[in-house]
Write a protein that binds this ligand. Sequence first.
Ligand code: M6R
Length: 613
Amino acid sequence: MCGIVAYIGPQNAYEIVIKGLQRLEYRGYDSSGVAIHNSKKVNVFKQKGKVQDLIDFAANKDTKGKLAIGHTRWATHGLPNDINAHPHQSGDKKISLVHNGIIENYAILKEELEQRGHQFESETDTEVLVHLIEEIHKNSKYDLFDAVRIALNEVIGAYAIVIINSDNPNELIAARKSSPLVVGIGEEEYFCASDATPIIEYTKNVVYLEDGEIAQISLTNGLKLKTIANQEKTPYIQELEMHLEALEKGGYDHFMLKEIYEQPQSIKDSMRGRISISKSKVALGGILDYEEKLINAKRLIFVACGTSWHAGLVGEYLLEEIARIPVEVEYASEFRYRNPIIGEDDFVIAISQSGETADTLAALKLAKERGATLMGICNVVGSSISRETDCGSYTHAGPEIGVASTKAFTAQVTILTLMAMMIGRRKGTITNKRFNRLLVEMKAIPDKLKTVLKENDLIEKIAKIYYQSTNALYLGRGINFPLALEGALKLKEISYIHAEGYPAAEMKHGPIALIDEEMPVFVIATKDSSYEKIVSNIQEVKARKGKIIAIVTQGDKEVKKIADHYIEIPKCDELLVPLLATVPLQLLSYHIALLRECNVDQPRNLAKSVTVE
Ligand code: M6R
């Protein structure tokens, strides 16, 4: 939530920061702002709305300067408006600060500061932090760096912050706790950002700040790191493996569409180097050291949110079926606030595209305190979750920018399938014949997905019939039930149509009352062990005049006869259906949202990376 960019060096800082904010806009887009240092003073421009609104607003203003910080906001404290937009400044306007996170004890701090004469302009927690820093700096012997460090010891909550000082044109101060921050190191220039996407164009050398670290980034003294407890640290410089093209739309109208179409390749990338048909083997390098422990784990607990939680539900089915390990799938946000029973024999596995979701991260920390082994299935390399875990597998789906998760989901399901196969093979819970057949089928998935994508025109036609619906129902059974949840979530979040996902057989226990001629019912009705049952469920909907849009297996006869519309997917092992059947549901949501003139990549109220609890 919220994106931060900062620059210091010889180039025009405003341009770099603005471009960076546009890359980070997926993190929040209700308002944005910049503070630019220009000969002893700092110019601040802030605007409600998108980064483009800020660009328009600043068009004829003086944006010169070699040092700047910028922010794109997803509101937590205070309405999205010009005043609450970041950067925020100290009372004397000398210190400017951008912040991603929440200062939980801001109310108490604010009261104390008000008693000392501080006046606040905004409703934000962030403004309190910058005033606290000012208070410590002015009334002590501490320089600004130490004042920031001391202030951070007084705050409770999460933060990634970057600060500039009008008295010092050569320095940025940055710190993080529970919100991500990356420092880019170029030739006599430095960058800070919430993720590496604004930096990649200028340098591949980065330092990911750890929790509780504070950086002094100076053109004269270089990069110095300390903990907020005042311990010196040596910066660990890593090389980025990201490519710039992956951050562009590449000819597509929307990132979401591009990312849907990338799935044949992203699934291939998730499998690359991990499966071998000739050696009849699956290997997940990142968990090798923990393989034995994983195989002997009493149970696996998946913690995740949103779409990643749906991937966990598919994983539960796969792991219990193939590897015979009990699995629990937990909403991270619920798990962490219970008193869950976790032991040393448990494996807690966080599934997260961003690797930054605050609730998932907190659930992991709780599991760690209780002695569980931690694994991560993340997409973003170097993310907080990937660094917090004992072992893990990156999904390698490439940057996902559309707020609606698409290729990350199929990549997560790919990893979970491989994991189930690997454990099943070691435990002997899957026969050699089935294992080898699954290997071959896995390899064939990317090509089969290309066939599914050819149905796009048909899917668009179906979308044109139903885009004005006010409700929708999604049904599936077994391993396809999580797809019903995922299909409903995709529709809700980008088209704002109320939608519910249900296990098809549960429908008669309540939701069937909703069915009438106005209700589109999307059913995953592929040829599998529960095919006959789902046909009956479809009949039940038809009997009540509901409209059926079915995802069927090529060659299907029965469902085709009764459905109002059908979309075919190629035949595959029933355990692999989620990798194919989810794609028509993504495309349906995409087209429906487009027809409703919704902002597909940046739906209202949402942000890509939910780094607040
Ligand atoms: O980055 P994560 O996978 O941890 O994010 C979890 C959810 O916030 C995310 O999947 C969200 O539900 C998406 N908007 C769904 O499309």
